[in-house]
Design a binder for this molecule. Structure first.
Ligand code: ATP
Ligand code: PAU
Length: 381
């Protein structure tokens, strides 16, 4: 992808400008469900800098990079770590950390204990929480927030990560064949135009025409938050991981009403096969059928319902915009190959192979990366 150079200038002027931008460098994307934190760890610290580095900064660096869990709620996705990246002339690593947005209070207290407030006076933030929690950052940490738009940041981060990681973009080959299905690397160097479908708590659909040139063409409130919320209600599960685990062992076909439940077979005239879902959850009006379904089946049916609905809206958007490449991102896709394969299959099937479903390894972190990269840009408020 164009626009963002992976090897930014390392000249003395750029380096000193970078050093003047007080470390630590963070980008935060505070969403409706999850808060994503990207931390840039400089790996090119000179002996002079090391001597000048304040102890609090060194301690924060060690705390973040030596642990992969922070308290009960914080996790570092170590498998996503990006090494040897260059930001504002400094070489280092990106670390990817997430915690539930509901734990923001605890996060602020932890950051206070670690002495964050003594190091910097502002932090880059995006997502709705950058607005919602601005007052809390000021009151607890005495920090102001450099706020950036979440969709600008998403695209900016996506461009940068894609350019710096040759294996970022992939698609699913043979998504319905358990024995043959595989992830295949996709060359995304000529990306435009593409549709970007961000599946977070809710879903935003963007049509992207060039670097930073895009419009938000659609959205739906039936997103990852809906899947998790309904799953908790229907199965009594308590986490996303548990919901996915249940869904992976379930079968939606007794919960949903299929075309064959209505026609006794295929609806040939309009090419609707008997095993197609005609009505999601359509069998659950029957008391007898309700007694036959398991928690696993209900979780699977919820996942299939939400995913197929997103696939269907996406297909209509792609058709309207005459765009063939569709990139799916957002944490709904985390540890969720079932949804990815369903989306891949649905786009393939309903578009008669005209559309291509693409996925990215750093699925939910682009907003936070984009936000970190925009530090000292004029776009903040
Ligand atoms: N550990 C987790 N805890 C909660 N939800 C998770 C987890 N892992 C994945 N998810 C899924 O990811 C979704 C949140 O995705 P994401 O972080 O991209 O969105 P968000 O920024 O919180 O939401 P929005 O952009 O709509 O404000 C959840 O609704 C859920 O479906
Ligand atoms: C409100 C946002 C943009 C917050 O990230 C997201 O949750 C979303 O796009 N929701 C769907 C809203 C709609 O119905 O278009």
């Amino acid at each position: 992808m164009g626009a963002i150079k992976s090897d930014e200038c390392q000249c003395a002027a750029c380096r000193s400008l970078a050093m003047a931008t007080t470390m630590p460098w963070f980008g935060m994307d505070i969403g409706g469900t999850l808060c994503k934190l990207v931390y840039f760890e400089p790996k090119d610290i000179t002996p002079d800098e090391a001597e000048l580095e304040v102890e609090t900064l060194r301690n924060i660096r060690r705390y973040l990079t030596k642990n992969s869990a922070y308290g009960k709620d914080g996790h570092r996705d170590t498998h996503l770590q990006m090494d040897d990246v260059v930001v504002r002339g400094r070489r280092g690593s990106f670390h990817f950390i997430r915690f539930p947005t509901s734990a923001m209070g605890k996060f602020l207290e932890l950051a206070k204990d670690k002495g964050m407030a003594t190091l910097v006076s502002s932090v880059c933030a995006t997502g709705g929480g950058a607005y919602k929690f601005e007052k809390n950052f000021r009151e607890v940490l005495n920090l102001s927030l450099h706020k950036f738009d979440e969709l600008d940041s998403l695209l900016y981060g996506l461009q940068y990560v894609e350019m710096n990681n040759p294996t970022e973009c992939y698609y699913w080959k043979h998504p319905t064949r358990e024995d043959k299905c595989e992830k295949v690397n996709f060359d995304f160097s000529q990306p435009y135009p593409f549709l970007l479908v961000n599946i977070g708590s809710g879903v935003s659909i963007l049509a992207v025409y060039g670097p930073g040139v895009y419009k938000r063409i659609s959205g739906t409130s039936l997103g990852g938050g809906t899947f998790l919320g309904l799953c908790c209600l229907l199965t009594g599960c308590n986490s996303f991981e548990e919901a996915i685990e249940l869904a992976s062992k379930g079968d939606n076909t007794s919960v949903d009403k299929l075309v064959r439940d209505i026609y006794g077979g295929d609806y040939d005239r309009f090419d609707l096969p008997g095993d197609l879902v005609a009505s999601s959850f359509g069998n659950m009006n029957s008391k007898d059928k309700r007694q036959l379904v398991s928690r696993e089946d209900l979780a699977r049916a919820t996942l299939v319902t939400i995913t197929n609905n997103i696939g269907s809206i996406t297909r209509m958007c792609a058709l309207n915009e005459k765009i063939e490449k569709v990139v799916f991102v957002g944490n709904f896709l985390r540890v969720n190959p079932i949804a990815m394969k369903l989306l891949a299959y649905a786009l393939d099937y309903w578009s008669k192979k005209a559309l291509k479903a693409l996925f990215l390894e750093h699925e939910g972190y682009f907003g936070a990366v984009g936000c970190l990269l925009q530090l000292h840009c004029s776009g903040s408020s």
